[in-house]
Design a binder for this molecule. Structure first.
Ligand code: UDP
Ligand code: MG
Length: 314
């Protein structure tokens, strides 16, 4: 199979029919074999029912349905797990991304591993959306060293190898280019069209930007192969310990061997503080090590649970 399209949908009943119509128009003209994987992210409206209707009529359609709302990243992850196409394209289900851009992406992916959409003329409110994105894009670029203008754009194309075996969680899907860059992938950026949401309301508020930034910290410190901040406490603790032991040892020496009184010395206080802070920080350092390991352990936990899978032949 040449192409898998992956689309997360959470309460998008008003958009599905139009979306499927537009997608099918474009894809049928491409003369390639393709599938459309609609991922119902625990919708509480008629999304799943409408998807089932579409799936019955169109053999290109695969429907994955989650038991509850696991989030857009989990939905992408499920799509990646099931995708059979050599190329995987992701997009939003509210027609903000334009299916008409798919041929451009297919062309560009021929000599790249990831093609990232760039919404140069983004049709979202400035203060609540575009401004936080400008800051986030700048920061992500700085921290990861992978400079893309528009990390948040869902419309992206990947060679299948890139998205298989990725461990995604949180708001991590937008960091795929950064995560994948570690493997030495070639990333291209192309300008894509952007529209206002076709129908319905956005599923996100400003809180997402904060989540994105917290995930950035994780990406940087747990995935990016460099230092782990919480583990800094250990070495600092050891330094304080050593300092404290030297100070206290010195004072004990004065008292025992020189017979000098050590009461009332600020240094005494400093010595004890140093030992205590040292112990404290070593404890925190150990906790940090545990958290890091627990984190690696929990990666076995799936980030989504499927309720239903419908494909050709069902
Ligand atoms: N979405 C999802 N799960 C969620 C939130 C959103 O699958 O928990 C889907 C949503 O249905 C849409 C896409 O992710 O297809 C982007 O969401 P939205 O349009 O609300 O985000 P915005 O464009 O405002 O950033
Ligand atoms: Mg949208």
């Amino acid at each position: 199979m040449d192409l898998s399209i992956v689309i997360p949908l959470y309460n998008e009943e008003e958009n599905i029919e139009e979306l499927h119509k537009k997608l099918s128009e474009t894809l049928s003209q491409l003369l390639i074999s393709y599938e459309i994987i609609y991922v119902d992210d625990g919708s509480r409206d008629n999304t799943l029912r409408l998807l089932e209707e579409i799936q019955k009529k169109d053999p290109h359609v695969v429907v994955l349905s989650f038991r509850r709302n696991f989030g857009q990243t989990a939905a992408f992850a499920a799509g990646f797990d099931f995708a059979r196409g050599d190329v995987v394209i992701t997009m939003d289900g509210d027609l903000q991304n334009d299916p008409a851009d798919i041929p451009k992406l297919m062309e560009a992916i021929k000599d790249a591993d990831i093609v990232s959409g760039w919404r140069k003329k983004r049709k979202d409110p400035f203060l609540s959306r575009r401004l936080p994105s400008i800051v986030a894009n700048w920061l992500i670029g700085k921290v990861t060293g992978v400079r893309i203008h528009d990390y948040g754009c869902s419309l992206k194309a990947y060679k299948r190898e890139v998205v298989k075996n990725l461990k995604l969680y949180g708001e991590m899907h937008r960091f795929i280019p950064a995560l994948a860059s570690w493997y030495g992938v070639k990333i291209k950026e192309i300008e894509v069209t952007h529209h206002p949401r076709y129908k319905g309301k956005s599923k996100y508020g400003i809180g997402r930007t904060i989540k994105v930034l917290l995930d950035l910290v994780t990406v940087k410190f747990l995935h990016s192969f460099s230092t782990k901040p919480i583990q800094f406490f250990g070495p600092i603790g050891v330094l304080f310990m050593i300092l404290g032991v030297i100070i206290v040892g010195y004072l004990v020496f004065l008292k025992l061997f020189k017979g000098i009184s050590i009461g009332g010395r600020p240094l005494l206080l400093g010595g004890f503080f140093s030992v205590l802070i040292g112990l404290n920080f070593i404890g925190m350092g150990l906790l940090g090590e545990m958290i890091v390991r627990v984190y690696h352990e929990t990666q076995k936990k799936p980030i989504y649970i499927l309720k239903k899978i419908l494909g050709p032949g069902d």
